[in-house]
Ligand binder design. Sequence first.
Ligand code: XMP
Length: 532
Amino acid sequence: MSEAVIADSAPVAAGREGTPVATEEIVVLDYGGQYSQLIARRVRDCGVFSELLPHHVGLEEVAKRKPRGVILSGGPASVYAPGAPKLEQGLLELGVPVLGICYGMQLLVHDLGGRVEQAEVGEFGRSDLTVSEPGVLLAGMPREQTCWMSHRDTVFEPPPGFTALASSSASPVAAVENVERGIYGIQFHPEVVHTPYGQEILTRFLTEVCGCERTWSAASIVEEQIARIRKQVGDGRVICGLSGGVDSSVAALLVHRAVGDQLTCVFVDHGLMRKEEGEQVISAFRDTFKVPLVAVDAEQRFLERLNGVTEPEAKRKAIGAEFIRVFEEEATKLDGADYLVQGTLYSDVIESGGGTGAATIKSHHNVGGLPDDLQFELVEPLRALFKDEVRAVGAELGLPERLVWRQPFPGPGLAIRVVGGEATKERLDVLREADHILQEEIRKAGLYRELWQSFCVLPDIRTVGVQGDERTYGYVVVVRAVTSDDAMTADWARLPYDLLETIASRMINELREVNRVVLDITSKPPGTIEWE
Ligand code: XMP
């Protein structure tokens, strides 16, 4: 299986709205490094709440959070480049420990009088690290270890008063510390899996240096959010659109735990879901969790709306508009709902806030969402959480494994996987059955969780085949399976040949309409994950 690709993060201040009042917090200042979000996630993995803020957010914003420590991320700049991001004035006088990673370390070393220079060659990828003096940061760790490097500028001498802790062949000074001043730096990336002792180093910084207690957990998130939702909603009525995905499911369950039957969920089945998915959602919410649920069977309406529509964006628009119409009809029936639950995640908050070099979320990601002008106040219980935390909270709340680990599924559903043609009931059914076989086999092979997405595409073509001495003229099913960390980039998954063979022969044997199966081996970029 290929390694997950980590895409650029977008450095933007997260609003305080919805941010938990964690007892302790680490601020990660983002200098534009590709792993910045990952640093914040790894800190949380250690049980400490963290926020990712842009490096230029201002001292006041940092101080306001009363952080137990500050981490400076990596970044693409050289400290010598004109306009290179600077260290926030006064940051080192805040009286909290600071850890600089990669560019963050170079910035500290440069500002404090050490020697940073451009080296002959950069150092990218795996490196052997030798720990010469463990100090506080690297105490208890092996003298020789591997680490992940990604830099061109190099630290040659630590600043006065600092101890050099480690080196690699291309980095004479790969880690430094000044325990009295509480300033630490590492040239390598502790947040990526290719640095085997990375998590341990981060943990040491958080516990030994910052004195954090590691109380951030799925259970504490649940408790905190329930209190927060109760405070916001009071005895008001709440409505939630369930999509079948993990975000809306977890958001709905949290709200239900908080305010019980003041919540009504609306599940619009547009007939474009995978096989049995609608039933699973209905059974989990209505039967297991006893959440008041309005399930609308709108398949016919959507099919009619899609009649004659072949262009991808036109399909998206038609589905999006119909979805809003159905949802609004149901919402009006529920007299007096004041609040609407949305499954906004922390990564959405980071990505949509503008700011330096922020990536805009593609407009199509909002299709199937709801317009801003609905007359509700928003309840966003996942606003401070990363996806893996949402899954952990889902498991904590008892959400079935199938829902907790469901792969992302586009709002317009199977309609945008019947490509180059109209999404008719007949084609959707063929695709649904093929997709069901794929899912079954992927799960059986134990690969479902490893893949970001696995699905089938049904192009609007037929090809000739021969089955049982007869000529056939049938559909082609495309198998698409990708690994990714966030869908911004993706790699095609190297599925085992035996598995591919089983999938292909099952599809052809079990589905009369299908006589050919092909595999998509395009990464993103240049391809996109979906075909439309
Ligand atoms: P692409 O195809 O742009 O997809 O590489 C990136 C991710 O977005 C999902 N996707 C959508 N999700 N509505 C959605 O809610 C859409 O219209 C839509 N189009 C693509 C896609 O499945 C992948 O995870």
